[in-house]
Design a binder for this molecule. Structure first.
Ligand code: DX5
Ligand code: ZN
Length: 219
């Protein structure tokens, strides 16, 4: 079954606890934390202290998406804060292999995110270190953007590589996912869907969206 990772970027920051309890009760599998630094992407959002606070009060699997430059400087902070998975952008480091190695050495899961214009080739020599590939289906930086259909072939390509290699690697897709775009993304091979605005903007519809999307089957 496809996993749902609600992005708290679209949650109510004045009452994060209420929104996190709400997704816990509505069958979220993971919790997606969008960390932005005002450099890799324009805005500044959440840091490791917030991850620490969430970790101490929630059992959800913490899926930390680092949209920051020099991610190597911050890995340890997010590990200490309780991240279960740290995903770094291939475009944000010149030393992807070493960075993934460091994350794996800490005993947590490691992921690589690819911007819409970034090729799957970036992963060619790091497959052995990966627990997850995150395909960005919008350009990172904002919630509520429109899904970019041109990433569908990339999702299919990664899905085929993973299936052929028989590796245990999750394929997560992030950006513009809702009940309209999710079916095609899951059909292409996605195993984890990040959803921000589709879940938190209108709560009643959000519950229905989670239910609908969780029933989708991979190809
Ligand atoms: C975008 C973030 C996403 C974002 C998704 O840079 O990585 O996780 O919160 O938001 P929606 O689902 O609204 O596109
Ligand atoms: Zn994200």
């Amino acid at each position: 079954m496809v996993k749902i990772s609600p992005s708290i970027l679209s949650a109510n920051f004045f009452n994060l606890e209420e929104d996190i309890r709400w997704v816990e009760q509505n069958n979220a599998d993971w919790l997606h934390v969008d960390v932005m630094d005002g450099r890799f992407v324009p805005h500044i959002t959440i840091g490791s202290q917030v991850v620490d606070a969430i970790c101490s009060r929630s059992d959800l699997f913490l899926d930390v998406h680092l949209m920051i430059v020099e991610p190597d400087k911050h890995i340890l902070d997010f590990y200490n804060a309780g991240a279960d998975l740290i995903t770094v952008h291939a475009e944000a480091t010149n030393h992807l292999h070493r960075l993934l190695h460091r994350i794996k050495e800490l005993g947590i899961k490691a992921g690589v995110a690819l911007n819409p214009a970034t090729s799957v080739k970036e992963l060619e020599y790091v497959w052995d270190l990966l627990d997850l590939v995150l395909v960005m289906s919008v350009n990172p930086g904002y919630a509520g953007q429109k899904f970019i259909p041109a990433v569908i072939p990339k999702i299919k390509e990664i899905s085929s590589i993973v299936a052929e290699s028989k590796r245990n690697i999750e394929l997560e897709v992030d950006g513009g996912i809702n009940s309209t775009t999710a079916p095609e993304v899951v059909k292409a091979g996605a195993s984890v869907l990040v959803m921000g605005s589709a879940i938190f903007n209108k709560k009643e519809e959000g519950i229905e969206t989670i239910k609908k999307v969780k029933k989708l089957k991979k190809r």
